[in-house]
Design a protein around this ligand. Sequence first.
Ligand code: CP3
Length: 303
Amino acid sequence: MRQAGRYLPEYQKLRQTHTLEQLFRCPEKIAEVTLQPLKRFPLDAAILFADILHILLPLGCDVTFPQTGGPQVSAPERLQEKDVVNTLDFVKSGIQLLKEELSVPLIGFCGGPFTVAHYLFEKKPEKMLHQDPKGFRQILEMITDASLAYLKMQIDAGVHAIQIFDSWAGTLPRAELEEFVLPTLKKLTGALNVPTLIFSRGSAFYVQEFLSVGADGISFDAGRPLAEIRKEVPKQIAVQGNLPPEFLYSPPDVIRKKTREHLASMQGDPGFIMNLGHGMLPDIPVENVQTFIETVTSSPSVA
Ligand code: CP3
């Protein structure tokens, strides 16, 4: 997550001459930005350069990414249902270009429907959830169905795995998580024929709930040690994570030490995917990311 993005000088250079929308909507730029981190680091997979909020375009919304303050969504009075594949054709073309160049697997993705609703409802989806549960559920269903068409398009175009980013789901109380969110995630994972991973903030404290979604792997946040979480997750389900992104502000020797400790704590687990517990922060020094990755790839426990 944020494997590409502002911590990379080559990305910042591109951003001096292009808006984020220009990068997101141009297949050649999608391919170029996706490849940037792979040209620098020996990563095991690429993650498509796109955004979870794109799914709101075929639902009739406009999405912008201002310099500050986070993404802005302007929605019509009623969501529409336009042709997902046609509206998001630029993503498909970007994947097709990437397939020609990549020698590692490509991870496609979408947002969890609740997290997309979080931005649709100006970061207060809980208000509508309680005021009009039926209407809220209908909107989640529309986002889920559009997301499914979007993911199938990505898989047809050639992505090897799908990660669902339901970043805000784990901030809900358990009753609302179970009633409104988990059914949408089950619908998505149950309909896909490639490996699926699910990410949510707060997942470290909702292990059983996220297990019930039926994904092939779970990406955990830094809330609890991954080795402790692992004991609650069946061996055939992969676990990803979960160092706090902020640890990459530490001096190099501390980065090396904490990375080695994390690896050692998971040693021998073939279902462990080394990662951060959330996205890379824009002002993390790129040398620190390099130190982190070098420590991982040079570790004797890594095949
Ligand atoms: O490299 C990758 O990880 C793939 C691309 C990717 C982006 N966004 C590109 C992007 C992925 C996987 C996402 C997911 C995403 N987008 C999430 C879920 C993960 C999470 O962070 O919890 C969310 C909530 C969004 C919505 C969104 N888009 C936010 C909150 C922001 C940041 C706004 C800010 O000012 O920091 C964006 C913009 C965005 N999406 C950037 C990137 C690389 C920042 C780019 C820039 O400003 O140039």
